[in-house]
Design a protein around this ligand. Structure first.
Ligand SMILES: C[S@@+](CC[C@H](N)C(=O)[O-])C[C@H]1O[C@@H](n2cnc3c(N)ncnc32)[C@H](O)[C@@H]1O
Length: 247
């Protein structure tokens, strides 16, 4: 949180010193540029941490035509198995990340296969123009993105809609705690957390969103690290490879 406060302050100050007085008072602009500054500052640590988690084995399972939600710094691009993916569309709503995503795609030898679309993942009309239509995707990948989407239930339904029957939703997300004290803490602190961390919410019921999205072949395969011995964890993770049921 300290880094996030610093990033917001540094961003507002930069706008002010550049004479961008309107931007220095515009919360949305400070939030998106500040989030980019925060993420790029902690990215090395964060990426190293992710390598020790299920993320390292989930991403290589992407295949065919892939919709990557919120690629951010492009950390997952190097984890794709190039022999399995044919085309990847990365939909990122924060334009500040565009050059990093493109750079990662080039470095990973996926420059020709990877297309960056700067848009909200919920903007289905924009996505349609890039070939993301009902039943068109082999894989949708979401690594810590649903937490920042304003309506995760609608987003989960959209993910389900664009997947082919038999297509796979691969995800690693954090969610609301099962422990009522931690849940209360998540709910009370969420407005500040969310404001500082680019709209990320710690209190989303991801399991309900996925369960209600449509019929999956293997909903009970979802895994997680919530530990009753450590109920105070505020970012418990859940992950899996959900298969959209054949019609
Ligand atoms: C915590 S970061 C994760 C980045 C990346 N998936 C990774 O694993 O390193 C969340 C990313 O999702 C993006 N994001 C948030 N809401 C979004 C939305 N509605 N549509 C598209 N991208 C979104 C953010 O800008 C940010 O880059």
């Amino acid at each position: 949180m300290t880094y996030a406060i610093w990033a917001m302050y540094a961003t507002a100050k930069k706008f002010y010193l550049e004479g961008r007085y309107g931007d220095a008072l515009n919360f949305r602009k400070i939030q998106s540029a500040g989030f980019h500054l925060w993420f790029s500052t902690i990215n090395e640590f964060f990426n190293r941490f992710e390598s020790t988690t299920a993320v390292a084995t989930l991403v290589p399972q992407c295949e065919g035509v892939v919709l990557e939600l919120g690629p951010g710094m492009g950390n997952q691009i190097v984890r794709f198995d190039k022999s399995k993916v044919t085309r990847i569309i990365g939909v990122e709503n924060n334009a500040h990340f565009k050059s990093e995503i493109e750079e990662q795609a080039e470095k990973s030898g996926l420059g020709d296969a990877y297309e960056v679309v700067i848009a909200g993942a919920e903007e289905s009309d924009v996505l349609e123009r890039h070939g993301i239509r009902a039943g068109s995707m082999d894989t949708v990948l979401s690594i810590q993105v649903l937490c920042s989407v304003s309506d995760e239930k609608a987003m989960a339904k959209e993910i389900y809609r664009v997947l082919k029957p038999g297509g796979r939703f691969i995800f690693w997300e954090h969610h609301i705690s099962d422990d009522w004290v931690t849940r209360l803490y998540q709910n009370l602190t969420n407005p500040i957390w969310s404001g500082l961390i680019g709209g990320c919410c710690r209190n989303k019921d991801m399991y309900a969103a996925l369960a209600e999205a449509g019929e999956w072949e293997n909903l009970d395969s979802i895994e997680g690290d919530a530990d009753p011995e450590k109920p105070w964890v505020t970012l418990p993770r859940m992950w899996g490879v959900l298969i959209k049921a054949e019609e």
